[in-house]
Design a protein around this ligand. Structure first.
Ligand SMILES: Cc1ncc(COP(=O)(O)O)c(C=O)c1O
Length: 376
């Protein structure tokens, strides 16, 4: 079948027709265990019943309302999110995509500090366009190489508006920088009047075994951007700020408005997502599942030391790194044939499954990798 979609990224010719929990199904009714949660968004699993129900109920009541009035859903979602972030008396606003949330976070930081430069780690992804886009044209984005403490002294912190920390580097194949490195950058930023942003678009909502990835660090962000997991597949993102930052808006002319901002439908979904996390104690459960996953990968590594270089794991954000002599793309393709979707880049396989993944799914993945690499 010829595709009528602009070929902006690589796609196979398989057609997906439905998804439920940890599984997706193609048009030949082949089932795949989705170790990528769609695009790292369906943390509660695909087509969660409560999310489908809230979409139905809220869409019959109020989908979109324009900017003139307040709505209950966005007010409540902001309060819930601020509670999870421990941002007492802070404020939030809600958008649609992670890229929008990152761009708004950076825009706020630039406006409040009246500086232009943004510091990021070399392997972080920030946004598909705008201030966070990784492109030679974006000269305001400065990169620091992960865990290179010496390189910190080369940064002119007086010109940095904000450091934006993605605590996991999903796109950069999952790397967890040390606390020492991150807190050294954070204190240099603070001493020089800059702001701290946490980009939690991917690491938020339980992905790393805590509500947010920055909570593994001595890192106190002023601004947090969220996305993906907040809507569990429905497009909603958000930016939250501390009370100290919110107070600065009183004297600032800075304003920002777009058509779909604080839309009640997306906010109702976000509220339901957080409620499901709380009811199902999903953070605690997924942390344990992550430990199980990690332990079994370590056993696999012990049996294949000459093939597996390392495992990087935190919660259910895990990468399995092969030695460069191993054809990792081939393993990835064979896993698809066996009905398992994982991420792959260079010599790394990436696993970011729905947080409801069960031990038997993990056993199946690891035993299949074991068989593939034993034969290779
Ligand atoms: C860490 C991070 N930030 C921002 C984004 C952009 O989010 P979106 O694709 O929803 O615009 C992504 C997307 O993968 C991401 O991984």
């Amino acid at each position: 079948m010829t595709s009528s979609i602009i070929p902006l990224y690589k796609q196979t010719d398989k057609v997906i027709i439905k998804a439920k929990d940890c599984y997706i199904y193609d048009s030949n009714n082949k089932q795949y265990i989705d170790f990528e949660s769609g695009d790292w968004a369906a943390n509660l699993g695909h087509s969660n019943e409560r999310i489908s129900q809230i979409l139905k109920n809220q869409s019959e009541l109020l989908i979109h309302d324009g900017l003139r009035f307040r709505n209950i859903q966005s007010e409540e979602l902001s309060n819930k999110l601020l509670e999870k972030l421990s941002f007492k008396d802070g404020k939030s606003t809600f958008l649609n995509s992670g890229s929008e949330a990152v761009n708004l976070a950076i825009t706020i930081a630039k406006n409040l500090t009246r500086r232009n430069k943004i510091l990021k780690m070399d392997c972080s992804f920030l946004s598909a366009y705008g201030h966070g886009q990784i492109s030679p044209d974006n000269s305001n984005l400065e990169s620091i190489s992960t865990d290179n403490i010496d390189s910190i002294s080369q940064i002119n912190f007086q010109e940095i508006a904000a450091f934006i920390f993605e605590p996991g580097n999903a796109w950069g194949l999952i790397k967890y920088p040390t606390n020492k490195f991150i807190s050294s950058i954070a204190s240099a930023i603070k001493q020089n009047g800059g702001l701290l942003i946490a980009n939690e678009v991917t690491t938020g909502f339980g992905r790393t075994g805590k509500w947010f990835g920055f909570q593994h660090y001595d890192y106190k962000p002023d601004i947090v951007s969220v996305g993906k997991g907040l809507g569990n597949g429905y497009p909603i993102s958000g930016v939250s700020i501390t009370k100290e930052i919110a107070d600065l808006f009183d004297g600032s002319p800075f304003r920002y408005a777009q058509s779909h901002q604080n839309d009640p439908l997306g906010c109702a979904v976000g509220l339901e997502v957080i409620s499901i996390f709380d009811n199902d104690r999903l953070i605690e459960k997924s942390y344990k599942t992550g430990q199980y996953f990690n332990e079994h990968l370590l056993k696999l590594q012990a049996n294949h030391k000459e093939k597996i270089y390392e495992i990087r794991a935190r919660g259910l954000m895990i990468s399995l790194v092969f030695h460069s002599c191993i054809n990792t793309e081939n393993i990835y393709l064979q896993l698809i044939d066996h009905g398992m979707l994982v991420g792959q880049k260079d010599n790394v396989l990436r696993f970011m499954p729905p947080l409801i993944i069960e031990e038997f799914h993990i056993d199946k993945l690891i035993s299949t990798i074991d068989k593939i690499i034993t034969g290779s």
